[in-house]
Design a protein around this ligand. Structure first.
Ligand code: SF4
Length: 381
């Protein structure tokens, strides 16, 4: 099998791992230069900071010795597997980088020969790309379960982002999902090391992310979000990704139902409330079963409970309170703070000019002591 054929197997195989804001593979309308044979391996990714680049997502290998219950690559499952050597993958990636077809790479792998040996192959690939081919693009590198601390430090030298897939929010759920992975020792400890290294190593260090598989083994949203809150607060993760469970044939979970529609989206909304909006997990509007309402935005649900009868005066509210109002985010909260130093905010049109979604915000705000006409219509309608 040549490198292109391997990539055609391993590129789409990496699609199940969320990373950055990656659009669908093969978006031909926005990436007209991508040759047909690579369309299934390259997607547009929005990087931290907002830059959009064509990104190659690939596994170094889809041959795995582990048997995670949900995973298409689990040992013994019958499908066509492939493995790159580090030189082969780096050479091919450098070629398409020089042709301007990619400017970002996501490198992950199934586990073959143990976590440390797998990590060595990933590091070698990144090293060749950076040192031999002077690849200047964005590099997101996965840290394998059981990778050693020195290997993590080496990985971080080459990466813009590193990630460890926790898969489950705690050891009990991981036992149902991937019984031979150890939540604390093999996975969480790696995230702790990355955090420590980020603080101790000189220079700019890569950001950190993780991924949860959602909906496979009955874990409620509250468990996922409690762990997410810890990761954001104590380990300074940039993102927690949620990968909705889809049953895969010939795996132990093949008869479990897929994730409910909207659940992934609500988890993302709630995780941003934890990361960027100052919410605590306890404040989120969980139902008695520990899940978020599927059909209601969690910020809106909180505002309906707490702000409907106590609207917020935008001319005096602290930033933390502005962030609680639907339609106002961190950027628009800062604009409001700047604008009101110049004069009193009186009209919804003042807010529209600042980028506030006035339709969402109006029921929960006062402008110079007055509710907007839109609010009155809303309340009396
Ligand atoms: S270790 Fe990774 S690739 Fe292997 S079975 Fe588990 S989740 Fe799949």
């Amino acid at each position: 099998m040549d490198a292109l054929q391997k990539l055609q197997l391993l590129g789409p195989a990496a699609a199940f791992e969320p990373a950055e804001e990656v659009g669908p593979l093969g978006e031909r309308a926005t990436m007209p230069n991508t040759p047909d044979e690579l369309a299934g391996c390259i997607a547009h990714a929005t990087l931290p900071g907002g830059r959009r680049v064509p990104m190659l997502k690939t596994l170094v290998s889809s041959a795995c010795e582990r048997d995670c219950h949900y995973c298409p690559f689990r040992a013994g499952r019958d499908f066509r597997r492939a493995t790159f050597t580090p030189d082969e993958l780096a050479d091919f990636t450098a070629q398409i980088y020089r042709q301007g077809l990619v400017n970002g790479v996501f490198l992950s792998s199934a586990i073959l020969g143990g976590g440390p040996r797998t990590q060595d192959r990933i590091i070698a690939t990144a090293e060749i790309l950076r040192r031999k081919y002077h690849f200047q693009g964005y590099l997101h590198i996965k840290v394998m379960p059981g990778a050693e601390r020195d290997q993590i430090s080496a990985t971080m030298q080459y990466a813009d982002r590193v990630s460890v897939n926790l898969e489950a929010p705690n050891a009990r759920r991981l036992a149902d999902l991937a019984p031979h992975k150890q939540f604390s020792d093999e996975l969480l400890q790696r995230l702790r090391w990355i955090h420590e290294l980020r603080q101790s190593l000189p220079g700019r260090q890569p950001s950190i992310s993780t991924q949860f598989v959602v909906g496979a083994v009955g874990e409620p949203d509250v468990e996922i979000l409690m762990t997410s809150a810890y990761l954001y607060r104590d380990l300074k993760l940039a993102r927690t990704y949620f990968s909705g469970f889809e049953p895969v044939s010939d795996t132990p979970l093949e008869h479990n139902p897929p994730i409910q529609l909207h659940r992934e989206h609500r988890l993302y909304q709630a995780s941003f409330l934890l990361r960027d909006y100052g919410f605590d997990v306890e404040e989120l509007p969980f139902q008695p079963d520990g899940n978020l309402p599927l059909y209601e935005d969690p910020k809106l649900a909180w505002a309906n409970l707490h702000l409907s009868q106590a609207p917020v005066e935008l001319n005096t509210a602290a930033r933390e309170m502005l962030l609680r109002i639907p339609g106002i985010g961190p950027t628009t909260a800062d604009r409001i703070l700047r604008a009101r130093r110049q004069g009193t905010l009186r009209f919804l049109s003042d807010l529209s000019k600042l980028g506030v979604s006035t339709k969402r915000a109006a029921p929960y705000i006062l402008l110079n002591g007055r509710q907007s006409p839109r609010q009155l219509a809303f309340w009396t309608g």
